[in-house]
Design a protein around this ligand. Structure first.
Ligand code: FEO
Ligand code: CA
Ligand code: CA
Ligand code: CA
Length: 606
């Protein structure tokens, strides 16, 4: 872990200007380079990437498409080596294949390649020349791993064996195959990686043949069961029948979970933890309570959906002994699952314009409403497996607070305060939809906000908390923005926060964006969380044209910032042969992980 005293956390870099350039831009005095990109070798037996000779066999050994989460873990005591874990959220076939034909017309091999390009990669890294630059280690691939749609998983927790998880291929409801739409995630204090299965709905075909009993819950998760998606779906069902819900209606219930991977054991069976609930999981970030219980914070990225937390029953065991490792790998099997319900202090004063209430702050109190304790449901009318498999319905039943798309929700390891990126919600306040409230203070919210939670009594396992909204994003010249009261003439424009991270000082929040509604490229921003510069948002980096900025991850030596460049060149009308971006190699767009470091070797941001 990081030693917070060693880094003063002063941010002194000069912000980069918003731009639309087709490259990675970093501040003066910094450099950046690709760590690994789509198609690069992951496993030792991987072939060289050839865009005109792709195969599913090769893609299952190569770095997948559209990297989102980035975690960098220590490699023993060797400070010049590390292990990268990256998620491959989704594919964009029109940018992957020449003359791409979708749906019914796609060659099966293309569908199989796209399936294989999803999942996660575990990749050994090596530091370059004692700098902050890192690269995939081409001499050491033995521990590397590709996890994909064909990888065997194991369910844990109270819903194991539930009828809702059983399929023709798995009559015991124990072993799902594959992981899909892995968005954000987190590195746990016990050295594993958590990953959120997010928009899994898009991989299934439905239609009238779906059993009526399954339809309401499928609909709450965004699966259209009213028509058969022939052309506008990836048609995974043409390769594997389990993606056709008219034949296998419970297969969709086997996605939408938090996945845990042990990156140190390439032969381990990754887990899907039912105790953490099922929704469109953006990600999950864990911290230890003072008594050693693991506390995990999670967001459900959908307009008007909820924030959750999980508190484990077991306690963390420190150390590297086999006993400690075995204990810690079971922390997420049992505990209490909560959903957030907010109370407001200035309810009548919020008019949806983003104007501050008279007390000068968007703030209030809140409660974590328990919905499952151990193996007991606390939601009237729902069994424990119903609550865990149809968690959104449980949140609805207990009156949880409808948020503006909760993406990354992450505790600051130095302070225990929790930061959520509420990315946007253009439906807020529309006819028939909930209007603004103090936590979601703008109607037709295009730019999003940062939400801060302080658990009562400094206890991570507390069931009550206070909250505030330190940053309401947008163009600082727009009166409907707020930067914790800091001088708005000095801050960078920021729109659509998605992922958050902390540096090794614990004093700053790093925010990456997705979908910048101000018309410039997405980027990475840093902002002090305390002191006179709280709210002083500065842009550190921008990604190439058409990309979103993911990760981010600051190495615990504070010398390197990692970001994932996801979907460069993803612009309407662009194709592989008519690309909107040619990053990183000048020919066509490839997603990839990038690192940035200071040329003089000092702390990043300093
Ligand atoms: Fe995959 Fe919520 O972003
Ligand atoms: Ca995201
Ligand atoms: Ca994060
Ligand atoms: Ca997003």
């Amino acid at each position: 872990g990081a030693s917070y005293g060693k880094h003063d956390g002063v941010l002194a870099f000069r912000a980069i200007p918003p731009n639309t350039l087709d490259k990675v831009i970093v501040p003066n005095g910094y450099d950046s380079a690709v760590v690994i990109e789509w198609g690069d070798k992951v496993t030792a037996d991987a072939p060289e990437f050839d865009i005109d000779d792709q195969s599913a066999w090769a893609q299952r050994r190569q770095f997948g498409y559209n990297n989102d989460f980035v975690g960098v873990l220590p490699y023993g005591r060797d400070r010049d080596r590390a292990i990268l874990v990256a998620n491959h959220e989704y594919t964009n076939e029109i940018l992957m294949f020449r003359s791409y034909l979708g749906g019914d017309a796609a060659p099966l091999e293309q569908i199989e390649i796209a399936m294989a390009a999803h999942g996660l990669s575990v990749v050994a890294l090596r530091r370059i020349d004692e700098t902050g630059q890192w690269r995939a280690d081409s001499r050491n691939r033995r521990g590397n791993r590709r996890i994909h749609v064909g990888t065997k998983f194991e369910f844990t927790g109270p819903a194991v064996g539930s009828a809702l998880l059983k399929t023709a291929a798995d009559s015991r409801g124990r072993n799902p195959y594959g992981t899909l739409n892995n968005c954000a995630g987190g590195v746990t204090p016990w050295g594993t990686v958590l990953s959120g299965e997010e928009n899994f709905n898009q991989y299934f075909t439905g239609g009238d043949g779906v059993p009526a009993a399954d339809k309401p819950a499928l609909a709450r998760y965004g699966i259209d069961t009213t028509k058969h998606h022939a052309a506008d779906n990836r048609r995974f069902d043409r390769v594997e029948a389990r993606f056709d819900l008219t034949k296998h209606p419970h297969e969709a219930n086997r996605f939408g979970w938090i996945v845990e991977v042990d990156p140190y054991d390439p032969h381990s069976t990754p887990k899907k933890h039912t105790a953490l609930g099922r929704f469109k999981h953006e990600g999950a970030n864990a911290i230890l309570a003072d008594d050693g219980r693991a506390v995990v914070y999670m967001g459900d990225d959908e307009r008007f959906d909820y924030m959750y937390k999980f508190v484990s029953d077991r306690r963390f065991k420190p150390g590297d002994s086999r006993k400690a490792r075995e204990n810690n790998l079971r922390l997420l099997e049992s505990g209490t699952l909560y959903v957030a319900k907010l109370e407001y202090t200035s309810a009548g004063e919020i008019d949806g314009s983003g104007r501050l209430p008279s007390d000068g702050q968007f703030n209030g109190t809140g409660r974590w409403i328990p919905i499952v304790r151990g193996s007991e449901s606390l939601v009237p009318g729902m069994t424990v497996d119903q609550v865990l498999v149809h968690t959104r319905l449980a949140g609805d039943a207990v009156g949880a607070t409808k948020m503006d798309r909760p993406e990354d929700v992450q505790p600051n390891p130095a302070t225990g305060k929790i930061y959520a990126a509420l990315t946007n919600n253009t439906d807020r306040g529309k006819p028939g939809k909930p209007g603004a409230d103090e936590a979601n203070p703008r109607n037709l919210n295009k730019h999003g906000q940062i939400f801060e939670i302080t658990e009562d009594n400094g206890n991570q396992a507390s069931e009550t908390f206070t909250w505030d909204v330190p940053i309401v994003c947008g163009d600082p010249a727009d009166p409907a923005t707020f930067f914790a009261g800091f001088d708005k003439t000095k801050v960078s424009p920021i729109s659509c926060p998605d992922n958050v991270a902390f540096d090794a000082s614990g004093k700053n929040l790093w925010i990456s964006t997705d979908g910048n509604a101000l018309g410039t490229n997405d980027g990475l921003f840093a902002v002090p969380l305390t002191g006179p510069e709280r709210g002083f948002v500065r842009q550190f980096l921008s990604v190439p044209f058409g990309a979103e900025t993911c990760g981010p991850f600051v190495h615990d030596d504070n010398k390197t910032v990692f970001v994932a460049v996801q979907h460069p060149g993803e612009v309407t009308g662009a194709t592989l042969d008519n690309p909107a971006s040619t990053w990183p190699n000048g020919d066509y767009a490839k997603p990839g992980v990038v690192c940035s470091w200071r040329l003089d070797g000092r702390d990043v941001g300093r």
